[in-house]
Design a protein around this ligand. Structure first.
Ligand code: ARG
Length: 468
């Protein structure tokens, strides 16, 4: 809250008819949302302009009044954007602040703006418009991030690195394949925001307080003016639900989970123990005491963003749960955390995109690491199946014995001699050594979606087409 509550004895000018006295100062403080919902000013003014134009077109107010309202709202807009708008806590929220100021500027016609409308459909409209913009921002942030990940994938479609399960060496994979895994995840995130946007793009305006209105309004016209696909079909639903914000936060939460996993990998990979990647100076920080340090702060902060984003999601679910239809003031608690979650999601997307495109993969370290930890043991077992006709379970057992033998000698699988191999299974031939290299291993994984460089390039091409 940026305004200090100022107690007032005067009854509120918006509903003062029924009230003899103004609210207690603490009532005013708990009731006011202007400290945060001023962020909806542009949406609020756009909604009012569409509503006033429609009222005039329907003959509900005069063209003169509509013209005065239009001009007055533009003045209010420039006052707010110029930073000299007198926001008042006593006027509770952005809707009443704008309307009261409009009255100061244009006088009597301002009082006609609220015909056939309520703050209930007004706030539902403003917030929907705001969240819709944030879907667009998330979509373009994700497009940029996917572009950065694809740049890495293209550069390193055949760089070999260790693939892990349980963070233990599993099988060699390609850098490009690993990067494209994130492209798939971020691509689904993008489509979630697209889906949510399409579903939320219906107009609550004209639902009025909850029951609709007796004035001959044209909800299709206001919907169209605000870029909505259609008006919402049920006025109770229109003022009551915030599922569009829940969908946005849910998509944001899933996206933040994906971001946190990539961020975590970058933290691990940039450590002195891994040295898989080097982060550029632009995305690292130093330590005030340890001169050798290069800290991946941006990655760590991205990893942490899920905390507040999922927190916002849980908060809004909890606010909405069990609310009876239609509007309840609880719903004023829908905004702040959505604002915060959106801000931090956009920042995290931009930071990850920048960090990823500036990232250098240390290909020699990646390849050396890929060759350790008996990473081609599965290739050896597969060779025994393919060439000697062993059942896979037996091949697994033979390979396990060979791994134990190599481990005992402190060497890797390709360093065993043919005699060592034959001491475990007499039919093994020199040919086996052909499958123990990491490049052979990845090149052999040609199944659809596999790690072979050809497969990775095919996926990159598919994504390029998809994003074009
Ligand atoms: N500031 C309110 C909100 O954010 C606007 C709607 C108020 N409606 C009402 N009937 N008091 O929810």
């Amino acid at each position: 809250m940026t305004d200090r509550p100022d107690s007032t004895d005067a009854a509120n000018s918006m509903w003062g008819g029924r009230f003899a006295a103004g609210p207690d100062a603490i009532m005013e403080a708990i009731n006011a949302s202007i400290g945060f919902d001023r962020r909806l000013y542009a949406q609020d003014i756009a909604g009012s302009r569409a509503h006033a134009a429609m009222l005039a077109a329907q003959g509900i107010i005069s063209d003169n009044d509509a013209g005065a309202i239009r001009e007055g709202l533009l003045t209010v807009l420039s006052e707010i954007e110029g930073g000299d708008f007198p926001f008042k806590t006593a006027l509770e929220d952005i809707h009443m602040n704008v309307e009261a100021r409009l009255k100061e500027i244009i006088g009597e016609p301002a009082g006609r703006l609220h015909t056939g409308r309520s703050r209930n459909d007004q706030v539902a409209t403003d917030f929907r418009l705001w969240v819709r913009d944030q879907c667009d921002a998330a979509i373009s942030g994700l497009r940029a991030l996917i572009g950065s990940a694809m740049g890495q994938a293209e550069a390193g479609a055949d760089w070999v690195m260790p693939g892990f399960t349980h963070l233990q060496t599993a099988q060699p994979v390609t850098w490009g394949h690993h990067m494209m895994a994130y492209v798939e995840m971020f691509g689904r995130d993008l489509s979630r925001f697209q889906d949510a946007r399409a579903r939320m793009n219906e107009s609550p305006l004209g639902a009025a307080a909850l029951a609709g209105t007796g004035y001959p309004i044209d909800r299709h016209a206001t919907a169209q003016a605000l870029g909505f696909d259609r008006p919402m079909a049920n006025s109770l639903d229109a003022v009551s639900d915030r599922d569009f914000a829940l969908e946005f936060l849910s998509a944001a939460s899933i996206c933040a989970v994906h971001l946190s996993r990539l961020a975590e990998e970058l933290v691990i990979w940039s450590s002195a123990q891994f040295r898989f990647v080097s982060m550029s100076d632009k995305w690292s920080t130093g330590s005030s005491i340890m001169p050798q340090k290069r800290n991946p702060d941006a990655a760590e902060l991205i990893r942490a963003k899920i905390g507040r984003i999922l927190g916002a999601n849980v908060a809004l679910f909890t606010v909405m749960k069990g609310l009876p239809l239609a509007y309840s003031k609880d719903m004023q608690e829908d905004k702040e955390q959505v604002f915060d979650a959106a801000d931090h999601l956009m920042l995290a997307l931009a930071a990850m995109s920048g960090m990823l495109s500036d990232l250098t993969a240390n290909t020699a370290n990646l390849e050396a690491a890929a060759a350790t930890g008996f990473s081609t043991a599965t290739d050896l077992a597969d060779w025994l199946v393919r060439e000697l006709g062993l059942p896979f379970r037996d091949a697994h057992h033979v390979t396990g014995s060979l791994v134990a033998m190599a481990e005992g000698k402190g060497i890797d699988l390709p360093d065993l001699t043919l005699a060592d191999m034959q001491s475990v299974h007499g039919d093994i031939t020199q040919d086996v050594f052909g499958v123990l290299g990491v490049h052979n291993s990845v090149a052999s994984r040609q199944s659809y979606g596999g790690t072979a460089p050809d497969q990775v390039r095919a996926q990159i091409a598919r994504w390029k087409e998809k994003l074009a």
